[in-house]
Design a protein around this ligand. Structure first.
Ligand SMILES: [Zn+2]
Length: 310
């Protein structure tokens, strides 16, 4: 059956996929391998270890979640890979199959402060959510429908065809210009934001770091728009949704966290108690304002060229 309607388990949203899981995984792997051949992996071992550690925990959270909801079959062909790639753009992605790439530009924006791992978890959690929610598959399906019309529905597409490869290349934007990722839809973005908070919480991170991260991005965007924001359109709506949903996410998932929040907690132990109080009372406008001010300050610091691992 080529045309399949499935459900995103975390949100209950129905989606239409006309490309099979196997074909998407195969085509995505080809795209990923092609990209990595031209990419320059960071030689900063410490920074790479930071990304790997956070990504491994997010991947474990994704596996645990999908297993818990009976969708572990979705991960049978996943072989997680974690990369830090030299690229000044503020971006990151996760291909279907679990191939995670974080650009050094993103890591530099995050900086080396106490919220580093939590903010990185927000980025990676968001990107892994796009993958496990099959947003790329959905987008490739839409791309194929647009380019091929009803012939797709009559069963023209089968196997890992060149059409599938082409649709995946277009869906990810990696085929023609590496790193020029196409924007996901607003619907996909909000879904990935929500799911990213769930994964971050399950991985033992503070999901409110997503809010400060997007605020950092906005602060950074004065003048020219960062790549991440053009491919992941930021908006007041997104921050508002995170502020609205995160308290419930914590209530629902924090007790099920796979890892103690020790990594973040240890780092945060060096910060002021005011920070801890802010985290606990997040959601109030006062706390949000305090965090916003802090984020803006951090972004200004990071734009001076501060680098992780140096
Ligand atoms: Zn996104």
């Amino acid at each position: 059956m080529l045309v399949a309607c499935s459900t995103v388990s975390m949100t209950g949203r129905r989606q239409l996929n006309i490309v099979s899981e196997a074909d998407i995984l195969s085509a995505s792997l080809t795209e990923y391998q092609s990209y990595m051949q031209s990419a320059t992996k960071s030689r900063d071992a410490a920074a790479t270890a930071v990304v790997t550690t956070v990504a491994q925990r997010i991947a474990a959270a994704a596996e645990a979640y999908l297993t818990a909801v009976g969708q572990q079959a979705d991960l049978q062909n996943y072989a997680w890979e974690f990369n830090l790639v030299e690229d000044p753009q503020l971006n990151a992605f996760c291909m279907p199959g679990g191939k995670i790439v974080v650009y050094t530009g993103m890591l530099n924006l995050i900086g080396n402060g106490p919220d580093r791992d939590d903010e990185l978890a927000a980025v990676i959690g968001h990107e892994v959510s796009h993958a496990i929610a099959k947003h790329g598959q959905e987008r490739a399906s839409q791309q194929m429908l647009a380019s091929m019309g009803s012939s797709v529905l009559s069963g023209v597409v089968s196997g890992a065809s060149s059409q599938v490869q082409s649709a995946v290349a277009v869906a990810y934007g990696l085929g023609t210009q590496y790193g020029a990722l196409l924007p996901f839809s607003r619907k996909h973005e909000l879904e990935a934001d929500y799911m990213g908070s769930v994964l971050a919480t399950l991985a033992g991170y503070d999901c409110d770091a997503a809010i400060t991260l997007w605020q950092k991005m906005e602060a950074q965007s004065s003048g020219s728009q960062p790549t991440f924001m053009s491919t992941h359109p930021s908006s007041t709506k997104r921050i508002t949704e995170l502020q609205k949903n995160n308290p419930q996410v914590k209530r629902d998932y924090a007790a099920a966290a796979l890892f103690p929040s020790s990594t973040a907690a240890a780092a945060k132990a060096t910060t002021t108690k005011a920070k801890g109080a802010t985290a606990k009372s997040s959601g109030t406008s006062k706390a949000a304002k305090a965090k916003s001010t802090k984020a803006t300050t951090s972004a200004k610091k990071s734009s001076t060229g501060y680098r992780i691992g140096n």
